[in-house]
Design a protein around this ligand. Structure first.
Ligand code: ATP
Ligand code: MG
Length: 725
């Protein structure tokens, strides 16, 4: 994905001299080294952000492999996102420990279940895994006679996910929810009925969900001695990164894999616990030394990632934390040379804020900062749209993290087909990079003509990433160690891509990263923009209890600690021009409230005076407030009230848009912006008259796309609707 070369990840590893155990110990401080050489057995690294936890565990694995203490195929390293797992594999390969499995819990579970499914299911394959629960939740709510609007449907899904991740069965739900202090979306008895009905409709549909993957793997190992023997013979040494965010089902799976053995390393930072709402708890991390009385415990406090200026702000923000996690807080000490003070700014509205961020990105890129070293991080995915548009206008390439998975992108799939075809036609002697460039040219890609910005640029960058990967790829030698032929090299490269696609290991794509704070954990960039820092967004409006507020504070801490050198924090004084005033996030230093309102072009463009619409009273369908802003009135809710988007419909709209944009060779946002698609998936208009009330749909768009959009809302599949354009 998009963030740049990591100091731990030597890009030229294959050409460097072979890594040695002594080399792996160099470049570590004494505390990190103590963790790396700790004896086999339980080890717990408790440390703050940027102190080298991930570095210490990758070096520990490599050190054990290179000294011959462990065999790489016996190690299972688990992290929380596919991107972090991909980075860990890269770091390990660079350190001479390729062959170690580094996966997310889900990916590791999926692999094991796929392998054992025929044995466990009487010859059948693993059922398909649901990508969205929306449809089944609908059916379950109907069967349970719970009248569910779409916000409620989303809350029902979250609640079922929490219960399943917490190992709570339907009939245990009321007691467990009360114990955990859950704010139940419907009466606990109704929740029991919905949960039961959901499990029934899921079974009838012959599919499983994400949580089932982990639960079934637990069952497979706990209840089947032959499976347990085989899994435990395969994996003997376990490492878990970001352990503060482990949930009960993951913890149970880990225990099943271990089967009473104790060669386990866990690393984490209680101050970065950000998944409590899904059932995760830092108690597993905090209680580790108690559960394993002989455990080696290592604490790290030197922050190698960020400048002292960034570290000081991080300490200040987390210094205000209250509650259990706060007691374990570790004050960080910055190790790097001083850098610029963090910038805190406020803008008249969101559009002005986004324009200023995009302008600053363009300046940085022009001055030589690679765009992949810049990230814009926000609390909710809906905030992304404004930045996509602003960066497009400023002609800065960007990548939306987690939007389409790299290998699922249509242009990448097309490129894979072209590459396979090219293996049969390639001229002998053609260097791999040239062969790949030629094959991609057949799909319309041209190395020297990147489109200026927007979705076209995003597509171009994805293919450019494949070419870069080809340049770094070392094909296996031919028979007798001879140079591989051009056809073999291309076939080898295609096989490497197929392997990466199966592991969802995307190559680094150039462009500013747009990502949610949740998905940024563990990652780092030279320059980080934290945007939209107002009350109602951070903390998010639905955070009510003290614990929920503390989790929001930790999210800001995670965001701040992603920055190596430059950090920008900003907040809009209103959502849109003339909208109701917003207050800066309570987590910002007090000086932020008086941060200089930005002047300059962005401000000069504002129209004069508020544009409040009078007339009929429109109320927010979520909180009941009177809506005065035009866009809020169109949306039927306050901009900062939680969205009640039908995710399943939204996904179909997005795939339809991608297809239409690619057929018409226009950027996707020209078809419809993300904001318009979100409004469609929230309001689900069922006639042309209601369709035109959605922001972004006028008479022209209605003529072009109206029929297709109405069909999609009515349930049509994306490809069916493409033919209606
Ligand atoms: P997070 O809590 O955000 O996951 P972390 O504790 O896992 O952070 P790492 O990502 O391992 O931290 O390291 C942060 C940065 O500091 C990386 O760029 C890493 O290469 C660098 N670093 C860590 N230790 C050292 C060291 N001893 N010398 C130089 N650089 C280091
Ligand atoms: Mg880390």
């Amino acid at each position: 994905m998009s963030h740049g070369v990591h100091p731990d990840r030597p890009a030229t590893a294959p050409r460097d001299p072979a890594p040695t155990a002594a080399g792996v110990l160099a470049g570590l401080d004494d505390d990190q080294r103590a963790a790396v050489v700790a004896p086999a057995g339980p080890l717990c690294i408790l440390a703050g952000a940027g102190t080298g936890k991930t570095r210490a565990i990758t070096h520990r694995i490599a050190h054990r492999v290179l000294t011959g203490e462990v065999r790489p195929q016996h190690v299972l390293a688990v992290t929380f996102t596919a991107r972090a797992a991909g980075e860990m594999r890269d770091r390990l390969r660079g350190l001479g420990a390729g062959g170690v499995q580094a996966r997310t819990f889900h990916a590791a579970a999926m692999r094991q279940l796929r392998f054992f499914a025929p044995r466990l299911l009487g010859g059948r394959e693993l059922p398909e895994v649901l990508t969205s629960k929306a449809r089944l939740i609908n059916q379950a709510a109907a069967a349970a006679r719970v009248r569910a609007e779409s916000t409620l449907r989303r809350d029902l899904a979250t609640e079922i996910e929490w219960a399943k991740a917490s190992l709570v069965e339907p009939d245990e739900y009321p007691a467990a929810a009360a114990r955990a202090g859950r704010d139940t979306p419907v009466a606990p008895e109704s929740m029991v009925r919905v949960y039961q009905a959901y499990e029934q409709v899921k079974q009838a549909a012959g599919v499983i969900d994400f949580e089932d993957l982990l639960r079934f793997t637990v069952w497979a190992v706990e209840e089947h001695p032959d499976v347990a023997d085989q899994v435990r013979a395969q994996y003997r040494h376990f490492v878990v990164d970001e352990y503060q965010d482990v949930n009960p089902v993951q913890q149970r799976l880990l225990a099943a894999w271990l089967g009473g053995r104790d060669d386990l390393t866990v690393v984490g930072d209680a101050s970065q616990t950000i998944y409590s709402f899904t059932g995760a708890s830092a108690d597993h991390l905090i209680g580790f030394p108690r559960r394993y009385p002989g455990a080696t415990v290592v604490r790290l406090t030197r922050d190698y990632r960020s400048t002292p200026q960034v570290v000081a702000l991080a300490n200040q923000v987390i210094g205000q934390a209250r509650g259990a996690q706060a007691r374990l807080r570790l004050e960080l000490t910055g190790q790097r040379a001083p850098g610029p003070a963090p910038t805190i700014r406020s803008f008249p509205d969101e559009a002005a804020e986004a324009a200023a961020v995009a302008a600053r990105c363009a300046e940085l890129v022009a001055a030589g900062t690679p765009s992949s070293e810049i990230a814009v991080l926000f609390r909710t995915n809906a905030q992304s749209a404004a930045y996509e548009e602003a960066l497009t206008d400023a002609r800065v390439p960007y990548q939306v993290q987690g939007s389409a998975r790299f290998f699922d992108r249509p242009e990448v799939r097309q490129a894979m087909v072209a590459l396979r075809a090219a293996t049969r036609a390639v001229e002998p002697g053609t260097p791999l990079r040239v062969a790949v460039t030629d094959a991609l040219a057949a799909t319309g890609w041209a190395a020297d003509s990147p489109p200026p910005g927007g979705a076209g640029r995003e597509r171009w960058e994805a293919l450019a990433a494949l070419v870069r990967l080809a340049a770094d790829f070392r094909p296996a030698p031919g028979e007798d160690g001879a140079e591989p032929t051009a056809a073999d090299a291309l076939a080898g490269f295609h096989a490497e891509l197929t392997r990466r696609a199966a592991a969802q290991h995307a190559p680094a794509v150039a462009g500013v990263t747009l990502a949610s704070l949740h998905s940024a954990k563990g990652l780092e960039w030279d320059v980080v923009f934290l945007v939209g820092l107002v009350e109602g967004t951070l903390p998010v409006g639905f955070a009510r209890t003290d614990e929920q507020i503390e989790e929001e504070r930790r999210l800001l801490y995670v965001g701040i600690t992603r920055a190596r050198e430059q950090l920008w924090l900003s907040w809009p004084q209103a959502r849109s021009d003339g909208g109701r005033p917003r207050r800066p996030s309570r987590f910002l230093p007090a000086s932020a409230a008086t941060a200089t309102p930005a002047t300059g072009p962005a401000r000069a463009e504002r129209s004069s005076g508020p544009r409040r619409r009078r007339g009929t009273l429109v109320l927010c369908r979520i909180c009941g407030a009177t809506l005065s802003e035009a866009t809020d009135r169109k949306l039927g809710r306050c901009g900062d009230c939680p969205s009640d988007l039908d995710e399943e419909l939204y996904e179909r709209l997005v795939s339809w848009r991608a297809e239409v944009a690619s057929q018409q060779r226009i950027p996707a946002y020209v078809v419809f912006t993300d904001a318009t698609l979100a409004a469609l998936a929230e309001l689900r208009p069922d006639a042309a008259e209601t369709l035109v009330q959605i922001p972004g749909i006028g008479a022209r768009k209605l003529g072009l796309y109206g029929k297709a959009v109405l069909a999609l809302i009515d349930g049509a599949e994306a490809d069916q609707a493409v033919s209606m354009v």
